[in-house]
Design a protein around this ligand. Sequence first.
Ligand code: DQA
Length: 145
Amino acid sequence: MEHLITILNGPNLNLLGQRQPEIYGYDTLDDVAKTCAGIADSLGLRSELLQSNHEGALIDMIQNARETSAGIIINPAALTHTSVALLDALHTFEGPVLEVHISNVHKRESFRHFSYVSLRADGVIAGFGVQGYAFAMQRMGVLLE
Ligand code: DQA
């Protein structure tokens, strides 16, 4: 069976394309989903892109991915900097975890410099715009070879 990659997105990323476009750009989350699905196809993988504004819902999605997915790409958005619960959930997942940030969080406010999720992530991509999701998909192709 083809490997499934779950691409999780946290709070406010449903507004991608409208939300602070000077920081996050004009592409929407649907655009990201389509790009990732195309890359998945070319790698012999499948992808599903999910988003929630709710921490508990994201935790449920990670727990579900334990049963369904070979790898997780996650942009936890603001929960990156606050959520021990997301970190704990990711620790229960056995496959590769890649963390993506559209903006370069290290160039921004100091509260964005620390990431709980980075304590589990196998790789971190920041500051490449939505292209970061595409890079993460390519990396999944290598990690799951
Ligand atoms: C973000 C960076 C976070 O600090 C912020 O809270 C977000 C998006 C990014 O993709 O650059 O919502 O994760």
